[in-house]
Design a protein around this ligand. Structure first.
Ligand SMILES: Nc1nc2c(c(=O)[nH]1)N[C@H]1C(S)=C(S)[C@@H](COP(=O)(O)OP(=O)(O)OC[C@H]3O[C@@H](n4cnc5c(N)ncnc54)[C@H](O)[C@@H]3O)O[C@H]1N2
Ligand code: MOO
Length: 401
């Protein structure tokens, strides 16, 4: 049986970033830059005022001599007139500094005559005070984003500040979510004895969205039937880059994923990983054209599907989406454990819990069917086999959605 690390390395070596495409900036939200982008316009683009006030020479503000106001410059104006010594020019936030001025005094710090034709400075200003200097934030040629960095709101805004309308990101992968099992009923229909509602479908969709998949996802549900499973997978593998299956990967007579893959001559690259929950997780890859299809068989228990998604599917998709290494692991934070814990099993156990105020507290039932307890968690705690942790121990919590 593979370790988690071996399984992840295998998956990551099997997937490659999809080709890049140019998309409008708004479609770049939650994507990753497909190439490094450098500044062509400095920020600020010109020396300008940070305040509504008066452009002055700082040295002229150290006296109480009135300074004659010789003009006004608003944001969007061109600073036509120069500032002469012992004068002031009315200026507004964002307006270009006039030549000759080296500071701005806020209007609250001056008194004016009745006609606002002269000012007297109540407080002196320093050289450069309230002036935003050309290029002090970003210089021409400076890197704005590196290849693989996330395009967050502020980075997209910097791209817009360069006059760009489009950004290069990876093409969207074609993804199918396939749930399996005769016991499952779609929410909205009457619940029958022995049945339960399909909850993994929406959970997988939501996790895909939170990884940054914004393209349409196709959804399918398969009954526990070999022929149906074979024929569905034959079609789906031709049309998708990724198939995320839930259920049917264990050893029971009603678990048809492995037999169906065998019938289709798609070898499982691995089946079973030393991890709890999620042991029967399966990964396979077709050689079908035009692109290979990657199949993740996630164990049907809701927590097993959730944990194996985070451990294996999420990093694979992030690689395909062009995310750099730094963005692929789950964020890690130090926390104090609020109760003693022991992993009595022989597999690393991902405990679900709440990370809050620097503390980690396991949530409720820790079995792989315990969906509600999962829903109260925002983090995992990975415990090695036989590991014991005392109350108050410092642990690393892995933040998950
Ligand atoms: N004899 C053995 N039995 C099992 C083993 C084993 O090693 N030997 N492994 C167990 C482990 S661990 C897991 S995890 C499960 C995984 O089984 P499957 O992937 O085949 O999943 P199913 O049997 O189809 O379902 C398991 C469980 O989850 C519920 N389920 C399935 N799909 C959904 C869904 N879409 N929404 C909500 N709930 C779902 C299903 O009803 C079952 O209760 O196998 C163990 N057995
Ligand atoms: O791997 Mo199973 O998910 O332990 O229940």
């Amino acid at each position: 049986m593979l370790t988690e690390q071996e399984a992840l390395e295998h998956i990551l070596s099997s997937v490659t970033a999809l080709p890049s495409q140019s998309v409008p900036l708004r479609e770049g939200v939650r994507s990753y830059a497909a190439r490094a982008i450098h500044a062509t316009i400095p920020l600020p683009g010109f020396d300008n005022s940070a305040m509504d006030g008066y452009a002055v020479r700082a040295e002229d503000t150290r006296t109480t001599e009135p300074l004659r106001v010789t003009g006004a410059i608003a944001a969007g104006d061109v600073a036509g007139v120069s500032l002469e010594p012992h004068t002031a020019i009315r200026i507004f936030t964002g307006a270009p500094m006039p030549p000759g001025a080296d500071a701005v005094i806020m209007q609250e710090d001056v008194s004016t005559d009745a006609e606002k034709k002269s000012i007297v400075c109540k407080e002196p200003v320093e050289l450069g005070e309230n002036v935003r200097v050309l290029g002090c934030d970003l210089c021409v040629g400076q890197r704005i984003v590196d290849k693989g960095e996330p395009l967050n709101a502020a980075r997209l805004a910097v791209l817009a500040s360069q006059g760009l309308t489009h950004v290069d990101i990876a093409e969207a992968p074609r993804i199918a979510v396939v749930t399996t099992g005769d016991e499952l009923i779609p929410p909205g229909e009457p619940l029958l004895p022995g049945k339960l509602y399909n909850s993994n479908g929406i959970m997988l969709e939501a996790m895909l969205r939170s990884v940054g998949i914004s393209s349409p996802i196709t959804f399918h549900h398969l009954r526990d039937n070999l022929e149906e499973t074979v024929s569905a997978l034959r079609e789906l593998t031709r049309q998708h880059d990724f198939i995320i299956l839930s259920g049917g990967v264990s050893v029971g007579e009603h678990d048809y994923i492995k037999p169906a893959l065998k019938a289709l001559d798609i070898p499982a690259e691995f089946w079973r990983v030393k991890v709890k929950p999620g042991k029967p997780v399966l990964f396979a890859k077709t050689v079908s054209s035009p692109r290979p299809c990657h199949l993740f068989g996630l164990p049907g228990n809701p927590v097993s599907s959730h944990v194996t998604f985070h451990l294996f599917v999420r990093p694979a998709l992030l690689k395909v989406l062009g995310a750099g290494n730094a963005s692929r692991s789950l964020p890690r934070v130090s926390a104090t454990l609020t109760r003693a814990m022991k992993n009595r099993g022989d597999r690393p156990h991902y405990i679900r819990g709440v990370h809050e105020d620097g503390k980690f507290t396991p949530t409720g039932v820790q079995q792989s069917h315990a969906l509600f307890s999962l829903s109260r968690a925002n983090a995992f705690l990975r415990m090695d086999p036989e590991q014991e942790l005392a109350e108050g121990a410092t642990v690393q919590a892995l933040l998950c959605d």
